[in-house]
Design a protein around this ligand. Structure first.
Ligand SMILES: Nc1ncnc2c1ncn2[C@@H]1O[C@H](COP(=O)(O)OP(=O)(O)OP(=O)(O)O)[C@@H](O)[C@H]1O
Ligand SMILES: [Mg+2]
Length: 331
């Protein structure tokens, strides 16, 4: 069945001072789909979405909503057309209350604080968000700020919501709630663009995935036809070797060194496989690799930030000479 996409970018390009950061990109978002946008740092994901949200204009190409060409001058124009973006950097005003932030861009004269708060309360409740309308945004945590941004989008009757790296700063429990919310929004017929570096999340949540590389469109595919390895290959543009190399130089002065941390055969699913390294006092150990190679996950295991049940084996040893304070902060 052919369906006019909610949003369509045809041959979208963007240049900054003669440098092209987006080149001839085709992209479409359907109503009622979650569309993940992935790619390495600097691939152009945020730029494409900022153009969709009217925060920047495209240098070339066409932008259509419901099949009709549009040209937004500012984010307010996109918001009126039903396109809302939750930015990588929060766009809320910290010195204003939750209710005021939700109303932002929609203000009417003579609306009392009381009316504003009651309306915000109703909206927040309908979304099952536990946030106090009269609270100042400066006092809220990441997950709650995100809820306010989503409530604002809902208030503006968004038909499409773009989330730029929404889960990066969320705790596992908050992530779970966020995924549920995004699924609810999809069920209501909204189109969702989900930018993420977490490929497992993208594959788990999205209906389709688009990969950008160096400002170009690489592929758009149904999630069910993709694997994590295929995604990584599209992102980096070649086969990714599964080999890991470890090099550790002996100290220049030949003196024995104190072991600070020892990691042995760390394993977590397909992401981290038999990783071992030792950290000595006065030393910097670099962990390098392509995106998706498991750097972050390995660091999270070592720092105790990942749940134990995800880890399939290996050990992290901290010699007893280490101050207790450091041990606690990692626990
Ligand atoms: N305002 C700007 N002026 C000049 N160059 C810019 C500007 N905004 C983005 N760029 C450049 O455009 C390229 C794409 O950036 P963009 O932020 O879209 O990447 P991204 O895919 O969102 O990356 P990340 O995953 O790191 O968020 C980068 O090389 C970036 O340096
Ligand atoms: Mg970005």
């Amino acid at each position: 069945m052919s369906q006019t996409p909610l949003i369509r970018i045809e041959q979208g390009s963007k240049a900054y001072g003669g440098i092209t950061v987006l080149e001839g990109v085709d992209f479409e978002l359907r109503a009622g789909e979650i569309h993940a946008l992935v790619g390495e740092n600097g691939a152009g994901k945020s730029t494409l979405c900022k153009a969709i949200a009217g925060a920047i204009g495209l240098s070339a190409g066409r932008y259509l909503i419901d099949g009709k060409p549009v040209r937004f001058q500012r984010p307010g124009d996109a918001l009126k057309a039903g396109v809302s973006m939750v930015y990588q950097e929060s766009s809320l005003v910290p010195t204003m209350t939750v209710a005021q932030n939700i109303e932002l861009g929609h203000e009417r004269f003579f609306t009392s604080f009381r009316t504003l708060n009651i309306k915000a309360q109703q909206l927040l409740q309908s979304l099952r968000f536990h946030v106090e309308p009269a609270a100042l945004v400066s006092g809220l945590g990441t997950a709650q700020r995100q809820m306010v941004e989503i409530a604002r989008a809902a208030h503006h009757r968004a038909r499409a919501i773009i989330f730029d790296e929404p889960t990066a700063a969320l705790a596992p429990e908050e992530k779970h709630n966020f995924f549920q919310l995004v699924r609810d929004l999809r069920a209501r017929g909204l189109g969702i663009i989900f930018i993420s570096h977490a490929l497992e999340e993208a594959l788990m949540l999205a209906d389709r995935v688009t990969v950008l590389r160096d400002g170009r469109h690489v592929i758009t595919a149904e999630t069910k036809d993709l694997t994590r390895d295929a995604l990584v290959r599209h992102m980096v543009g070649r086969e990714v070797a599964q080999t890991h190399y470890a090099t550790q130089r002996p100290p220049a002065d030949g003196k024995p060194r104190e072991k600070v941390l020892s990691v042995e055969n760390l394993t977590m699913g397909n992401t981290v496989k038999n990783m071992s390294f030792t950290l000595y006092a006065g030393e910097v150990v670099g962990i390098a690799g392509l995106i998706g190679s498991g750097r972050t996950e390995a660091a999270k295991i070592v720092a105790g930030a990942l749940k134990r049940n995800l880890i399939r084996g290996g050990s992290v040893l901290l010699p007893i000479t280490l101050p207790r304070l450091i041990l606690r902060s990692f626990a």
